[in-house]
Design a protein around this ligand. Structure first.
Ligand SMILES: [Zn+2]
Length: 413
């Protein structure tokens, strides 16, 4: 029986009660199995592409015309011809071919564990390719390759956005050059870019140290949300664009803009200048120790939270502004970063703070029983068969209506 015939039968049958559940479970299982097979197939395809390009370099005569020994230019022509050959056969852009082959080569040579996992279909293509990109941003054969490789396999099941976030944090920690040094170099290329677009539009972009960019974003976002009153016809995107432009062009009155603060989580030893352990900027991720120390000491719109050097638990929430409920909220917002439903990326500050164990049934108002949930997932928790439990360290264990168990860790500090 063909797939289509089955679907036709399924739709026309009176699925109800346990039959409907059986059918759903069967289709869920099928979707899961096929996802693994798709990853396997893509790994095989990427390996084949990389092999074709490697062979084109070893035997340029197959792809290029030249006399005697090939020059560097002949090799380049052969490589480009092989890329184009693949692109046409596969109906994809040449840039895509080159990228996929490069990613396969990177994974094969620098992340053998992840590569094997990818070949087995046990890590998604998105996550495997993310690791390849992270490796690409490090010096060749960096000493941290094997650490990143092993961690990627451990974290293989994370949703792509979470996986990317973990990899970015690990990259900052494991990079062979100190973050301070890299940040100094990168900060030297800060700039404003303007790109002309059709229809009388243009982009204006700022490449800035993350702390400045995040603070500017928060200010624009808060002012835009302040204007989003009932009856306002502009979307949040439009409001942010208008507010940002007004601020820069001088039409906006700074007195009326809501004051914002950005949390910065600083390991104790980093604050004392005794360690280069990165700090965490709310809404962004890891930042270098110099910047964190400067923000913690001088900048009024940054809110400092200290962590214990060994356990990373919170030691002290800025004493000057200590108010238990507000500070608990602020700490949880930093801990969670986003909605805590597995894979959801909605920013914590736009989420509800939910009692994991129902407050009405004795659940405590404490860090170990609170977690941010987006309105969508808050509703699912209360109104669907999704179930959640909170363990030590704020780890949430979600059980799907059909029994699939997943965990949602807070982001690493
Ligand atoms: Zn959510």
């Amino acid at each position: 029986m063909t797939e289509d015939a089955f679907e036709f039968d399924a739709r026309s049958a009176p699925w109800r009660g346990p039959d409907a559940r059986e059918w759903i479970e069967w289709r869920l299982a099928e979707a899961e199995v096929e996802a693994g097979q798709a990853a396997r197939a893509l790994a095989t395809q990427m390996a084949a592409m990389a092999d074709v390009l490697a062979e084109a370099e070893r035997h340029p005569e197959v792809f290029a015309i030249f006399d005697g020994e090939p020059t560097a230019d002949d090799l380049r022509v052969a490589y480009d011809a092989a890329v184009a050959d693949l692109a046409v056969r596969l109906s994809v852009a040449e840039g895509t071919v080159a990228l996929m082959a490069h990613q396969a080569r990177n994974l094969r040579t620098r992340a053998p564990l992840t590569w094997a996992t990818f070949r087995e279909g046990d890590i998604s293509a998105a996550n495997a390719r993310k690791l390849a990109d992270v490796l690409d941003s490090l010096p060749v054969a960096a000493s941290c390759d094997s650490d990143l490789d092993a961690r990627a396999v451990d974290l293989a099941r994370l949703a792509p956005a979470r996986f990317a976030e973990r990899m970015r944090t690990l990259r900052e920690r494991l990079h062979p050059r100190a973050l301070e040094e890299r940040h100094r170099d990168a900060a030297a290329s800060r700039r404003v870019v303007r790109e002309v677009e059709p229809d009388g539009m243009a982009w204006l972009g700022f490449f800035l140290p993350a702390a400045a960019a995040q603070a500017a974003w928060e200010r624009i976002d808060a002012a835009a949300r302040h204007l989003a009153v009932p009856g306002e016809s502009r979307s949040l995107d439009e409001l942010r664009a208008d507010v940002g432009a007004d601020l820069l062009t001088g039409f906006h009155d700074p007195e009326t803009a809501p004051r914002v603060t950005v949390g910065v989580l600083v390991p104790m030893m980093t604050l004392l200048g005794l360690s280069d352990e990165p700090a965490t900027l709310e809404g962004y991720g890891p930042i270098d120790g110099d910047t964190a120390r400067r923000l913690a000491a001088h900048a009024p719109s940054f809110h400092r939270i200290l962590t214990h050097p060994v356990s990373s638990t919170v030691l002290d929430v800025d004493r000057a502004t200590y108010r238990p409920p507000a500070d608990l909220t602020r700490w949880l917002r930093l801990r969670d970063g986003t909605c805590r439903f597995t894979g959801c990326g909605r920013a914590a500050k736009n989420c509800d703070l939910d009692h994991t164990g129902d407050w009405a049934k004795g659940g405590r108002t404490a860090a170990g029983n609170l977690a941010h949930l987006s309105r969508r997932h808050h509703t699912l928790k209360h109104r669907s068969r999704w179930r959640v439990e909170q363990g030590p360290g704020g780890i949430l264990t979600w059980t799907s209506p059909t029994g699939h168990v997943s965990t949602s860790d807070p982001p690493p500090f």
